[in-house]
Design a protein. Structure first.
Ligand SMILES: Cc1cc2nc3c(=O)[nH]c(=O)nc-3n(C[C@H](O)[C@H](O)[C@H](O)COP(=O)(O)OP(=O)(O)OC[C@H]3O[C@@H](n4cnc5c(N)ncnc54)[C@H](O)[C@@H]3O)c2cc1C
Length: 538
């Protein structure tokens, strides 16, 4: 008698199996990088890569504060699988592609590649993302950038604390959050004391969260005489001595367990200022804008992996004499999850594309507000998608050997960092208040689908009315941003998505034919084709 257990989802190409991603890569001008993304898609589907992901999480990093002679070393040790994952990520330029090849579609290409590879394992995406994101901020100090940028943009993963100039490649992190406040960084107490050397300050104080502490350097916020400023803090100084960067302990985290997140203390640590004194938040926001994009990509990636696993499992598991994937109620759940996944993938690629068109003014207004809207919404949705996809597996989904528990634990972190949910929702209000182009650019974007679907037209008209209502705006920020996100996703799907997906999206998310959980769509003959479009061919 058959055990009725599905085969593992292995030995397939994650890129070839992902129609929404393939279409978006072409649309956003990144087709020239298709071979690279396809290669990662193939690698991500191998047994070997999947094992790396599991091992890196089952064997979290450990802190070594001292060597055997009692000397302070402040190093973190990782399982070899972590290094394998990092080698692939750096080797394929996920930390630097658009800076290495600044051509049209480069950010979109990198987004597609990062989305594919993150499906194997999310934790190592943290240092990869921060390294990708640091370049725009670093360029605020051209002389410093001239030293570091060539080291950042190599394809070599060269682990270990050594003088930067002696390394084949370097990685970056960032440290803003202190005990007394992460959202309100103006409350930072770390001090920066000027030295005789121009731009060089000595930093003293703590940071409550500093992820990937084995990176070669960090952007750090500290209080200079002229106010909160941004600094580059290397772990090793040019003469080979270690900077005064001490790791107190590593956090014992819910998820993201392969990655190390530290509490650190600095004591007169050497650092060089980036950007203007007193304008540290503005400078580091250049970095945060890119890491926010990666939170969206990370959420899209996680949703895709969860939905692919759910569709695969239910296509091989029977109950009550029929495959789960053919049971009408399960089809409703799967189709609803697939709609959410496709909406997120299309949105993520559209936003990545705006980074490629950074010089275009209308694009800048849309990017400013669209990024905050999407960061808020997609990170929230990933949590629900992971939970529901887990349940599609029944008890198997609750067991570590399926990837679902790891996805479930990982899901909330993208919403937490780079501005937690409320902060992002409030940032949308700030963008609309401070930047006159932002709201018109957002409206122009959603209206460019006008006439294609009456449900979308009605939703846009209603949104415009809502945007004009400024009463109790702060308290209403979440509901407003949620609506903006769904109208934006609807507009993108109507223009670029699969017609069946767009139809289900507009009926549910825009017209309200929907409940409060996934699987509450109005019954439709289109469920089967939507599920088939998202089925990972193994
Ligand atoms: C795994 C992990 C890794 C991290 N790595 C790093 C890192 O490498 N570098 C780094 O600098 N930080 C890092 N962080 C820290 C993270 O960025 C902060 O936790 C986050 O910014 C929130 O700050 P907080 O924890 O101080 O919460 P608080 O600022 O106290 O916020 C608590 C809650 O209140 C909400 N809130 C705050 N202000 C308002 C308001 N005005 N109105 C309504 N609600 C509000 C927030 O949205 C949040 O939900 C990491 C966090 C985690 C979990």
């Amino acid at each position: 008698m058959s055990s009725n257990q599905p085969p593992p989802l292995v030995g397939y190409n994650l890129y070839d199996a992902d129609a929404p991603l393939r279409e978006a890569l072409e649309r956003e001008g990144g087709s020239w990088a298709e071979a690279l993304v396809r290669e990662l898609g193939s690698l991500a589907g191998t047994e070997q890569a999947i094992v790396w992901g599991f091992q890196a999480n089952a064997n979290p990093p450990t802190l070594r504060t001292h060597d055997r002679f009692g000397n302070r070393i402040d190093e973190v040790e990782f399982h070899p699988s972590w290094h394998e994952l990092m080698k692939v990520a750096v080797g394929h330029g996920l930390h630097a592609l658009p800076w290495r090849e600044p051509r049209a579609g480069a950010h979109a290409a990198r987004a597609a590649a990062f989305y594919i590879w993150s499906q194997v394992e999310g934790g190592h995406g943290c240092p990869i993302s921060m390294t990708y994101a640091v370049i725009p901020a670093l360029r605020r100090a051209p002389k410093v950038a001239a030293i570091w940028e060539p080291l950042i943009t190599t394809l070599d993963y060269d682990f270990g604390l050594r003088p930067p100039a002696s390394k084949r490649g370097v990685l970056f992190g960032m440290a803003m959050t202190e005990k007394q406040g992460g959202s309100d960084v103006r409350a930072n107490t770390m001090s920066a004391a000027p030295t005789a050397e121009e731009g060089v300050h000595l930093l003293t104080g703590h940071k409550w969260f500093c992820s990937a502490p084995m990176c070669d350097a960090f952007l750090v916020l500290a209080q200079a005489p002229g106010g909160l400023s941004c600094y580059l803090l290397p772990r090793v100084l040019p003469d080979g001595t270690r900077n005064q960067f001490h790791i107190q302990r590593l956090k014992d985290k819910l998820g993201n367990r392969s990655n190390a997140s530290a509490e650190i203390e600095l004591q007169d640590a050497w650092a060089v200022m980036i950007g203007e004194e007193g304008r540290g938040v503005k400078t580091i926001m250049e970095m945060v804008n890119h890491t926010r994009l990666d939170c969206i990509i990370g959420s899209a990636s996680l949703m895709r992996q969860a939905v692919a696993q759910a569709i695969h499992h239910t296509a091989h598991r029977s109950a009550f004499g029929k495959l789960l994937s053919e049971q009408p109620l399960m089809m409703n759940v799967l189709a609803d999850l697939a709609v959410e996944s496709e909406a997120t993938t299309v949105l993520m690629m559209r936003l990545a594309g705006t980074f490629d068109r950074a010089g275009d003014d209308a694009g800048a207004g849309f990017r400013r507000v669209g990024l905050a809207v999407a960061k808020y919404w997609t990170c929230k949705r990933a949590i629900g998608v992971a939970a529901e996809a887990l349940e599609c597996h029944g008890g198997n989904g609750y067991v570590e050997e399926s990837i679902l528990p790891r996805l479930y634990r990982e899901a909330p972190v993208n919403s937490l960092w780079e501005g937690s949910g409320n902060i992002n929702a409030l940032d949308v209000l700030r963008a609309m208040r401070k930047e006159p182009d932002a709201t018109p650019a957002f409206i122009a974007e959603v209206e460019s689908a006008r006439g294609a679907d009456p449900r979308l037209d009605r939703a846009v008209a209603e949104l415009k009315r809502t945007l004009g209502d400024h009463d109790q705006l702060e308290s209403r920020a979440r509901s407003l941003v949620e609506r903006m996100a769904m109208v934006l996703e609807g507009s993108l799907l109507v223009r670029y998505g699969d017609p069946a997906v767009a139809d289900l999206f507009c009926g549910s998310r825009l017209e309200g034919e929907w409940g409060h959980t996934f699987g509450s769509l109005r019954p439709s003959a289109k469920f089967a084709e939507v599920i088939e479009r998202h089925r990972p061919a193994a």
